[in-house]
Design a protein around this ligand. Structure first.
Ligand SMILES: NC(=O)C1=CN([C@@H]2O[C@H](COP(=O)(O)OP(=O)(O)OC[C@H]3O[C@@H](n4cnc5c(N)ncnc54)[C@H](O)[C@@H]3O)[C@@H](O)[C@H]2O)C=CC1
Ligand SMILES: O=C([O-])CC(=O)C(=O)O
Length: 306
């Protein structure tokens, strides 16, 4: 399995590192536009191979897409991150041009690639990747919900005073400060609904903390997060590489599912060797449906800026 990661910055490097440490890929090519940067990151990561015990070969490339030829999966992390006080949507002006160029270059050299879009505003960038790559819809995956769900579980575990491995939960909707929809009604601790343990106001707090998870870290770090984003991407890549048929909320092009059409937004999907193999339609209550549709309006508004 050959994987390309475009963007050797914070998220790209973290993603390459987790892919290597999980040791399921034969080759990772990291590509960046900055001269020598991807080569440097690749060499630094390769020097951890004997320490971390992986066999994945990591190489770097300065904007030479021939090195990415015949990739099975390509992750797009190229672009600018937000600074404290900004929204993800404000990045569209710079990132749209980058994602458009990168996705068409990738497909030129790897016509059968599956793309994982990370650059923000992610749902709109995923939609743009559809327009610029010509790939079938199951081969374009937007990563946001896997990360948001991990943050949701972190916040639930904090509220429940238990390990995160005890809790399960999912965030659907747009990957934005206002558009995320943490499904508190369905979240569980070892099969018991968390609503049995936590009062409504505490669950509301969990929901709000989850929605601003990215903004909270951006304020603390001065730029956006990379460890959990890198780990979330690597889990999706692994699900494809190992044909795991694992369910994640991912941004995908909808065609009537959840009553939505012609946009990419986060919903549960099954990921396997063919990319998005199934869009799972779960039973939402009326309030959740209304929130999802409100979130979709926000994503459509941002798509209108393309
Ligand atoms: N979807 C999600 O859940 C998440 C999305 N992000 C987004 O990921 C993106 C990357 O974030 P960071 O890695 O922190 O930024 P960063 O600034 O550390 O790295 C971005 C890299 O992209 C490179 N780049 C820019 N234009 C390029 C081009 N045309 N071709 C190849 N490389 C190019 C830059 O040289 C830089 O090394 C941002 O847009 C950020 O908002 C970040 C975290 C989570
Ligand atoms: O917050 C940001 O801008 C980066 C991102 O999407 C996240 O960490 O969720």
């Amino acid at each position: 399995m050959k994987i390309t990661v475009v963007g050797a910055g914070a998220v790209g490097a973290s993603c390459a590192e987790y892919i290597a440490i999980k040791n399921f890929a034969s080759e990772v090519v990291v590509l960046d536009i900055k001269e020598g940067y991807a080569e440097g990151k690749a060499m630094d990561l390769m020097q951890t191979a004997s320490l971390n015990g992986f066999d994945t070969k990591i190489t770097g490339s300065t904007n030479d897409y021939s090195k990415t030829a015949n990739s099975d999966v390509a992750v797009i992390t190229s672009g600018v991150p937000r600074k404290p006080g900004m929204t993800r949507e404000e990045l569209i002006g710079i990132n749209a041009g980058i994602v458009k160029e990168v996705s068409s270059n990738l497909v030129k050299h790897s016509p059968d690639v599956t793309l994982i879009v990370v650059s923000n505003p992610m749902d709109t960038m995923t939609y743009l990747a559809h327009q610029s790559s010509g790939l079938p819809k199951h081969k374009i995956i937007g990563m946001g919900g896997a990360l948001d769900s991990a943050r949701f579980k972190y916040r639930l575990a904090e509220a429940l005073e238990c390990p995160a491995s005890d809790v399960d939960g999912m965030v659907i909707g747009g990957h934005s400060d206002t558009g995320m929809l943490p499904l508190t009604r369905l979240a569980t601790r070892n099969s018991v609904r968390v609503t049995e343990f936590l009062p409504e106001d505490r669950l509301e707090q969990v929901k709000e903390d989850t929605k601003v998870g990215g903004a909270t870290l951006t304020k603390l770090l001065g730029t956006s997060a990379w460890y959990a984003p890198g780990a979330a991407v690597s889990s999706i890549v692994q699900a494809i590489a190992c044909d795991q048929k694992k369910m994640f909320p991912c941004s995908t092009l909808l065609d009537g599912e959840y009553g939505l059409k012609d946009l990419c937004i986060g919903v549960p999907v099954i990921i396997g060797k063919n990319g998005i193999e199934v869009v799972v339609e779960i039973d939402l209550n009326d309030a959740e449906k209304a929130k999802l549709h409100e979130s979709a309006e926000g994503v459509k508004k941002t798509n209108g800026l393309l």
